[in-house]
Design a binder for this molecule. Sequence first.
Ligand code: ZN
Length: 99
Amino acid sequence: MFCSVDNCDSKHYANGYCQRHYQQIKIHGKIITLVKRTPYDPNEFIIDKNICWIILYNARGEEIAKAKIDVKYYDQIKLQYLKIIQDLERVYFKLKRED
Ligand SMILES: [Zn+2]
C-alpha cells in the first residue's frame, strides 16, 4: 500500500499518507511538496506557532528526522542552515550507528 498523494510512491504510513505527507498534514494542515525530493533540494522549514520544524531527509528523499527550534531563531538558522543541517545529520547518523 502506497501514499495517496499524486506522484508520491512512498510506503503507506497512516491515514492514506506516507510518513512525510502524514507529518505535513499533521503539522502544517496541508501537503507541502508534491514533487519527489532530490538530495539537492533545500530542507523544509515548517512554522507551527512558535515552533519551527526542520525536516531532515536522507539521500533517497525519505524523511529521517525532524529538528525542533524556537521560531525566533528561524531567520538566523535559515542563513546558516546548511551547516546546521549537516551537523544535525552527522549527529543523527552517529546516534543511529550506536543503536
Ligand atoms: Zn507521500
